[in-house]
Design a protein around this ligand. Structure first.
Ligand SMILES: Nc1ncnc2c1ncn2[C@@H]1O[C@H](COP(=O)(O)OP(=O)(O)OP(=O)(O)O)[C@@H](O)[C@H]1O
Ligand SMILES: [Mg+2]
Length: 257
């Protein structure tokens, strides 16, 4: 049965879009029909992260306004036939997308794709509640700091308010050496603080920035973030992949996620 996931955060800029793009590519590489939906109306970014920015003709608002059929707004990812993108519009705000219309679009996508990954806007505003209503599950992206954790608590409360299941946690931008030194919260500490299950963590990795500049995803850039996201995609599919420990090894710290 197909699943619609919202990739959300309280605090902005924690890596939601980066992770949505990478996870979508990882799932599609396993021949799972996947669509990445950019619900950040007015501030789209998934097109750029997937290198599809020059191929967009229509967007989700055009579909909502019935200016085009859904199939014409979907952009096929050339490197993996199982992946498509439904882009956000570059103009407007989340208020331009009627929740019921969005619901109908998500239902249509679920008929065609096994995984619908919706990259949500940051915060708790209308765009998030709109996306949340149509998501079966939520992946909450948090960085290991008190501000991000506190803002994530607000998202969890909002999910509860909407009678949604508790989210899974992904801790991003972890610096393993700092965790090993006790200078940064470990991913499990963040999970305990939020009382939600940990799907995995992604280390801070300059390859993420290189990928951004090259307009391809982290999955195409060798490094610890890609390795971590591969493991996360396996856990996402229910496979058992142990969580690496943060142990000090003669000045070298576990660099995996
Ligand atoms: N693991 C990482 N290592 C290094 N840089 C990262 C990592 N994850 C994300 N970044 C960088 O952080 C910045 C923000 O990432 P991204 O745009 O994915 O966040 P976002 O949560 O979608 O932001 P917004 O809330 O504005 O939508 C980007 O420059 C991205 O390259
Ligand atoms: Mg984003």
């Amino acid at each position: 049965m197909s699943q619609a996931w919202m990739i959300a955060s309280g605090k902005g800029g924690v890596g939601k879009s980066t992770i949505t793009a990478a996870l979508a590519v990882a799932l599609a590489r396993r021949q799972l029909q996947t669509v990445a939906v950019d619900t950040d109306i007015g501030l789209r970014s998934l097109d750029m992260l997937l290198g599809l920015q020059n191929q967009i003709v229509y967007d989700v608002i055009d579909v909502a306004n019935k200016d085009c059929k859904l199939k014409y707004a979907l952009v096929q990812y050339p490197l993996s036939p199982s992946l498509s993108l439904l882009p956000a519009s570059q103009l407007g705000t989340s208020g331009d997308l009627d929740p019921d219309v969005m619901g109908r679009i998500v239902n249509k996508l679920k008929k065609r794709f096994s995984y619908v990954l919706m990259d949500a806007p940051a915060g708790l505003e209308r765009g998030v509640t709109n996306t949340m209503q149509h998501a079966d599950h939520t992946l909450l992206v948090v960085t290991p700091d008190d501000v991000s954790i506190r803002d994530a608590e607000r998202v969890i409360a909002l999910l509860e308010h909407h009678h949604k299941p508790r989210p899974m946690l992904l801790v991003n931008r972890v610096i393993p050496a700092m965790v090993a030194d006790g200078e940064m919260y470990s991913p499990q500490t963040v999970a305990n603080a939020l009382d939600i299950p940990l799907l995995g963590f992604v280390p801070e990795d300059r390859a993420v920035l290189t990928a951004l500049q090259r307009h391809h995803t982290v999955m195409d850039e060798e490094g610890p973030a890609r390795d971590a996201l591969t493991r996360i995609s396996q856990r996402f599919l229910g496979e058992y992949v142990p969580m690496p420990a943060f142990t000090r090894r003669r000045g070298w710290f576990g660099r995996r996620g």
